[in-house]
Design a protein around this ligand. Structure first.
Ligand code: NDP
Length: 487
């Protein structure tokens, strides 16, 4: 057991335990070892977090934007300085390879703190000339925001929610996924060290019931959740009782379209990155890969050759490229989809079963898998699997592939590979997805808004767009003459 936090929750600037809460364990998915034992928040802890957030928010909102920004930028530096320690913790908690967490997780969280730290000094409204009198608008904080995280990018999700919320003068109560509870506590430590007033960022642990209690709390003004569509629906229903705005970052089954004129190696890179990074556990993954029929055989040949070289094994060994899945439940789910794909009649180009890397026989490893000859009605090609499973489809024409790519209830992301740049823009304009790439896949720089369409959710994280989701607009009319009345 290493790099454990010192208690379960972080409230009002300090670690807090809650013996009344139900205990639960955080497991290392590569071995099944328990790396930490925590307690879920009891109602008293939830109340303490809300009270601390209310006090903290009042103090924090009185800071100038520049002062708030300075704290966030200092936190970004501290996060970078502690990158290795936090990456190791993230690897233990999620099973993701250290070679990934070292560059992707806390690093992207730090970018986010830095970006919103810079924007904090530049929050502004507009001046509206009314010919003598005038009006202006103010962007004001919402108050106490609740952030609820999924297990695939624990510290990144915590930062993507906390950084814009705090930049705008809100307080946040963050509930990590029960499966990956640890790194958000490190973020809380770092924010305090960076000068954040107590109570402005709090972490409470627990399952969906704790999340639901936070969403329903009368003093909470906003909820942002990353998770499954089913959870998004439940959160939105609960939030609607209090007419609270929600940001929903939900699931996807996103298309990657490879035209015959594409740089095939680049397209293979995009498909690999968009299916196997983080052991395939990324919401925006391009798990439906449509390849124009004339290049399909060559594409699959190169894809399989590279996929079979991916090194699975000890997540803490920096030479390892792919770790296990995050939990037994996710492992069972992915293996069931592998069986389903075979039963549905898709062809297995590579992979297709559990993997047993040396010394990790008990680990939750699955071979990176490519199914070809997938048809539009097969469930493996329609449902989100959330594991290293790619489905390759053939297509013949542009209009046909656009219609097929859009034939899903989800719309988180999409990618197009072509050397014809006009076609790239034309196709992307017709794809019903919130985040799109041309000749790339799954790059999410913090400057670019990220989010979905259709049942993949709404609201945006990152970019200036996120500011709108963590502020409310106040309009102020200023009379320069005399107030008049008709009676
Ligand atoms: P879940 O939807 O199961 O859980 C997400 C979070 O919501 C967890 O913290 C969970 O708590 C909490 N939760 C569950 N029920 C409620 C409720 N009624 N009220 C409030 N909170 C609740 O998703 P997973 O964590 O299993 O993540 C996998 C899913 O998330 C995939 O479907 C994936 O597509 C999606 N996802 C989407 C992303 C995006 O940005 N669009 C990014 C990452 C994942 P707990 O689990 O502790 O019980």
């Amino acid at each position: 057991m290493r790099a454990q936090p010192t208690a379960s929750h972080f409230i009002d600037g300090a670690y807090a335990d809650d013996p009344a809460g139900a205990p639960f364990d955080s497991l290392y998915p590569a071995t099944g070892e328990t790396i930490a034992r925590l307690q879920a928040a009891s109602p008293a802890t939830i109340e303490a977090a809300v009270a601390a957030a209310a006090r903290g928010q009042a103090e924090w909102a009185a800071f100038t934007g520049a002062e708030r920004g300075r704290v966030l930028r200092r936190a970004a530096e501290l996060l970078r300085a502690r990158n290795r320690e936090i990456s190791e913790l993230e690897t233990l908690d999620t099973g993701k390879a250290l070679s990934e967490t070292l560059v992707a997780d806390a690093a992207s969280g730090a970018d986010c703190l830095e970006y919103f730290g810079a924007l904090a000094a530049d929050l502004k409204g507009e001046y509206i000339d009314l010919g003598g009198s005038f009006a202006y608008t103010r962007r004001e904080p919402l108050g106490i925001c609740v952030g609820i995280g999924a297990w695939n990018y624990p510290i990144q999700i915590a930062c993507w929610k906390a950084a814009p919320a705090l930049a705008c003068g809100n307080a946040m109560i963050f509930k990590p996924s029960e499966v990956t509870p640890l790194s958000a506590l490190k973020l809380a430590e770092i924010l305090i060290e960076a000068g954040l007033p107590r109570g402005v960022f709090n972490v409470v642990q627990g399952d969906g019931a704790v999340g639901a209690a936070l969403v329903g709390h009368t003093l909470v003004s906003k909820v942002s959740v990353t998770g499954s569509i089913a959870t998004g629906v439940r959160v939105m229903q609960a939030a609607s009782e209090g007419l609270k705005p929600v940001t929903l970052e939900l699931g996807g089954k996103s298309p990657i379209i490879v035209f015959a004129d594409a740089d095939l190696d680049a397209a293979v890179s995009g498909a690999i990155l968009g299916n196997f990074y983080s052991t395939g556990q990324i919401c925006s993954n391009g798990t439906r890969v449509y390849v124009e029929r004339s290049v399909r055989a060559e594409f699959v040949r190169r894809l399989v050759a590279r996929t079979e070289k991916i090194r699975l094994g000890d997540p803490l060994d920096e030479a390892t490229e792919m770790g296990p899945l995050v939990s037994r439940a996710q492992y069972d789910r992915v293996l069931a989809y592998l069986d389903l794909g075979k039963a549905e009649g898709a062809s297995l180009a590579t992979g297709g079963q559990a993997a047993r890397p040396e010394n990790f026989a008990e680990g939750l490893f699955v071979e990176p898998t490519v199914f070809t000859d997938v048809t539009d009605t097969m469930r493996i090609g329609r449902e989100e699997i959330f594991g290293p499973v790619m489905c390759v489809f053939d297509f013949d024409g542009e209009d046909e592939v656009i219609a097929r790519a859009n034939d899903t209830e989800m719309g988180l992301a999409a990618g197009v590979f072509t050397r014809d740049i006009a076609r790239g823009h034309r196709v992307v304009a017709k794809l019903k997805a919130g985040t799109c790439w041309i000749n790339a896949y799954n790059l999410t720089p913090v400057e670019m808004p990220f989010g979905g369409m259709k049942r993949s959710g709404f609201g945006r994280e990152n970019g200036r767009a996120a500011i709108e989701h963590y502020t409310q607009l106040k309009s102020v009319y200023v009379e320069m003459g005399t107030a008049e009345a008709p009676y």
